[in-house]
Design a protein around this ligand. Structure first.
Ligand code: PLP
Length: 387
């Protein structure tokens, strides 16, 4: 027990070829930010997604921030955003002093509910307003209902930013996750399906916009022999070294998706008959990268998600609750929230009942068995009469 390694939720998994790429950068002395590997990485990711261009950045959060800048989001503007997500989806709205408006989830995908979105648009219109952008998240690899969401956004003529930080490798009706909105956002943070240790990318078919993204991300330096600046810029570019890691990681993306899906299937086979337990469904005509295996456990079940996390923690196994909805976060207190639920909003229910299991692709079969056995043992102990 003591000498066993901790089992993490989703640790980095290197292919072994990353160091060769880093060597390449060292040999050519392209250590400084930017360089040939950044260009190559951008092309590899854009080609994979089936879009024209990508800008490699220091994080997914930076990509969301610059997408908002490119869409002209300014102080006082509204931006609609999925509520059930990591805080990074919405923090950039605050950077621009714009107003986040949160949209509830629906139960089939756990993602943005097209009906709640329509409701938000209609009520906002009645106030004589229109959001500048809609940020749609594909949670844990699951695609949101994009056809419906695109239809609503087109009706109101508002561009979509796809936050595909968790869904690189997922497919919606033949289209790559992150390729369907005006902009797509990927993250290469250490916990994501592939990683550059830290990094992100903004992709789009709008080549001029991506060029401008690269400009803004490099201190908005004008073309001149001296340092000339007309606009406020950022230091958001990815370094050439990390782009090398990214190129090597992209080579194993498909393999990682298959591994994640196999991890999910093993959990599903082993845990399916636990009463009240329901895995995150896979929406029709989509393929999820199953970044994290997640399920809900209802109120009639013997154990709550928190009790399960405690039981796993005692065996040095990391599990987490589902993201706490942003409209419930103190940070976003007072901002509008739209739902079609009569009672408890779907996102709140998912937070109350949801759990994420360790889903690292480097996890061994034996380690996964231990996670499964630990859960079963805890449930059994719970079932014994306590007196
Ligand atoms: C990880 C993540 C981000 C942010 O990506 P970073 O590269 O860590 O800045 C944004 N949105 C979601 C949904 C994420 O999971």
């Amino acid at each position: 027990m003591r000498d066993r390694k901790r089992i993490y939720l989703s640790p980095p998994h290197m292919s072994g070829k990353e160091q060769m790429k880093i060597e390449e950068a060292f040999k050519s002395n392209w250590i400084a930010p930017l360089g040939p590997l950044v260009n190559e990485f951008e092309q590899v990711v854009a080609d994979y997604a089936g879009v024209k261009r990508g800008a490699a950045l220091s994080s997914g959060t930076a990509a969301i921030h610059l997408a908002l800048k490119l869409l002209g989001v300014q102080k006082g503007d509204m931006v609609f955003c999925s509520t059930l997500t990591f805080v990074a989806s919405a923090n950039p709205i605050l950077y621009e002093q714009a107003t986040p408006v949160f949209i509830d989830s629906e139960k089939e995908t756990w993602n943005m509910c097209p009906l709640a979105l329509e409701k938000a648009f209609a009520e906002t219109k009645r106030l004589g307003k229109r959001p500048r952008a809609v940020i749609v998240v594909h949670l844990y690899g699951q695609s949101a209902k994009m056809d419906e969401i695109i239809a609503v956004c087109e009706a109101y003529d508002v561009p979509i930013i796809e936050d595909a930080a968790e869904s690189l490798g997922s497919i919606y009706k033949g289209r790559k996750s992150g390729s369907m909105g005006r902009f797509g956002v990927y993250s290469f943070n250490g916990n994501k399906i592939i990683t550059t240790s830290g990094g992100g990318m903004l992709v789009s078919d709008d080549e001029a916009a991506i060029d401008r993204c690269r400009f803004l991300a490099s201190q908005a330096r004008e073309h001149a022999l001296h340092y000339e600046h007309q606009e406020e810029g950022y230091n958001y570019r990815m370094s050439n070294l990390l782009a090398g890691v990214g190129i090597a990681q992209m080579e194993v993306l498909e393999e990682r998706v298959q591994q994640k899906r196999r991890i999910f299937e093993r959990y599903q086979d082993a845990l399916a008959d636990i009463e009240g337990l329901q895995f995150m469904p896979e929406y029709q005509d989509t393929t999820s990268n199953r970044w994290l295996t997640t399920f809900t456990i209802d109120h009639h079940a013997q154990m709550s998600p928190v009790e399960m996390i405690d039981a796993l923690e005692q065996k040095q196994i990391e599990a987490r609750r589902v993201w706490k909805p942003l409209h419930q976060q103190p940070l976003f207190h007072g901002y509008p929230f739209y739902t079609t639920a009569d009672e408890v909003p779907a996102s709140e229910l998912l937070f109350e009942t949801g759990l994420c299991l360790p889903s690292g692709t480097s996890m061994t079969d034996a380690e996964q068995e231990l996670v499964i056995d630990t859960l079963y043992n805890a449930l059994q102990k719970k079932a014994l009469p306590s007196s």
